[in-house]
Design a protein around this ligand. Structure first.
Ligand SMILES: [Zn+2]
Length: 128
């Protein structure tokens, strides 16, 4: 039987890697930990474990239509205009799995000036 490509490998089926699995589970239940940095040799199941954990997490509440999946109670500014729409409607979304390339710079992670808009119109706008 073939498993659909979007079905993550079951977290509980990962053999070994006890410390990594424990760290991921702790990060899932305690946001104050701030995250987990997983590193290791190629093929040791790092991405598989994180994808599997993301598949276990309950859906998160987001502002409908926001491509950045803003939380309805988040008051920080969003380019999608979420603050105006927040509170009126809420939808659920699966927890995303974000795979950052090695050497990802801060501007690629959190955003930067929208250069295309700045060059085209002269308007300074943040691109998350
Ligand atoms: Zn948003």
């Amino acid at each position: 039987m073939a498993i659909a490509a979007r079905t993550p490998f079951p977290f509980t089926a990962i053999v070994g890697q006890a410390e990594m699995k424990q760290a991921l589970l702790l990060a899932a239940v305690e946001p104050r930990l701030g995250g987990v940095m997983v590193f290791g040799d190629r093929g040791t199941g790092k991405s598989t474990a994180v994808r599997a954990l993301a598949g276990l997490l309950p859906p998160m509440k987001v502002v409908p239509g926001c491509r950045y999946k803003c939380a309805p109670d988040d008051r920080s500014p969003c380019i999608e205009g979420c603050r105006e729409r927040a509170g009126k409607h809420v939808e659920e979304s699966a927890v995303p799995f974000v795979d950052l390339p090695l050497g990802a710079t801060e501007d690629r992670v959190v955003g930067s000036l929208d250069l295309e808009r700045a060059l085209a119109t002269g308007e300074k706008r943040f691109e998350p």
